[in-house]
Write a protein that binds this ligand. Structure first.
Ligand code: GLN
Length: 190
């Protein structure tokens, strides 16, 4: 199995290391040709306005959304969750717009710019999962068809729809491989 990682900006190396630990080959995606032959794609955290502009500059915006629409499994973390969403509150920034969700950016306010918490995520098993949030967004609205995997105080933090998986937190910054493993096992063909 080979997984692409969008490598325009952000936490690329951390995702790569996680996948290498799981014995999976990776490809940095920097142009449309890099999508050939991959079994899934990770959109890392970073800054979503910048990443949206870079997607346009590198001619990747349309090829990526088309690949997603054709069934390529895509896992977005943080900025990646924003890019996957059809709606972004108060913003017309570039996005892939593949999930029937509406997101609120930088949603936890200044005092909680970044925080960590152990959360129960039944889809990952009994053991709580250590979530790391950095200037995190959350999903404030999800249409039918979106399955919520974690929500906290009405904020959706982890969700899936069809071939898309989105997390408001950063699984690549922990030691716990379960979220990446979940993406590989349930979304990407082996
Ligand atoms: N706040 C950032 C954005 O809007 C996301 C932060 C992150 O990816 N850690 O893109």
């Amino acid at each position: 199995m080979r997984i692409g990682i969008l490598a325009l900006q952000g936490a690329v190396r951390e995702h790569r290391n996680m996948l290498l630990r799981l014995g999976v080959e990776t490809t940095d995606v920097l142009n449309p040709g890099d999508l050939n032959g991959i079994d899934g794609l990770i959109l890392p955290g970073g800054e979503s306005t910048t990443m949206g502009k870079l997607l346009v500059r590198y001619d990747l915006l349309n090829p990526l959304s088309e690949a997603g629409r054709k069934g390529l499994p895509i896992f977005g973390t943080c900025t990646g969750l924003i890019l996957l969403s059809k709606h972004i509150n108060n913003s017309d920034q570039q996005r892939l717009g593949l999930m029937d969700t509406c997101v609120e950016r930088n949603a936890f306010g200044r005092q909680a710019d970044s925080f960590e918490a152990d959360m129960p995520i039944p889809a990952l098993g009994d053991e709580p999962y250590h979530t790391v949030f950095i200037r995190a967004p959350y999903i404030c609205r999800a249409e039918q068809g979106v399955e919520v995997l974690l929500s906290y105080e009405g904020k959706i933090l982890f969700a899936r729809q069809d071939n898309f998986l989105a997390a408001a937190f950063h699984p690549e910054l922990t030691d716990d491989v379960r979220v990446h493993q979940y993406f590989l096992s349930y979304f990407c063909r082996s």
